[in-house]
Design a protein around this ligand. Structure first.
Ligand SMILES: [Zn+2]
Length: 110
């Protein structure tokens, strides 16, 4: 085995370690449901009754079950569960988004 081979092997091992450690994030942990300025844990089932909307958080999914708005677009948007998903009810002025609550990592990443 030549000296150069050992260097290559060490570099490969280091790269492998970096690839294992750096992207280590649990994608579905610490997600929060943000409804306007309020935040709720997505993993805790609950019903949020607003003046215009009824929002369910159930089995880590969020959906609108009742809406007073004329178009009902918010109800038709179905269930959301992933970071970055959103439901907007424009007539009611309600925006529901799923955000990462753990740290500022995703704010930097966009
Ligand atoms: Zn609506």
């Amino acid at each position: 085995m030549k000296k150069g081979d050992i260097v290559v092997i060490i570099i490969i091992i280091m790269l492998a370690l970096i690839l294992i450690i750096v992207p280590y994030r649990k994608p579905n942990d610490n997600l929060l449901v943000r409804i306007n300025s309020d935040e709720y844990d997505i993993h805790t089932d609950r019903v949020i009754e607003l003046e215009t909307l009824t929002i369910h958080i159930e089995s880590s999914e969020v959906f609108v079950t009742h809406a007073n708005c004329p178009d009902k677009v918010c109800m038709q948007m179905g269930k959301i569960k992933n970071h970055g998903d959103f439901i907007a009810c424009i007539p009611s002025g309600v925006v529901i988004t799923i955000v990462n609550g753990s740290n500022s990592y995703d704010k930097i990443a966009g």
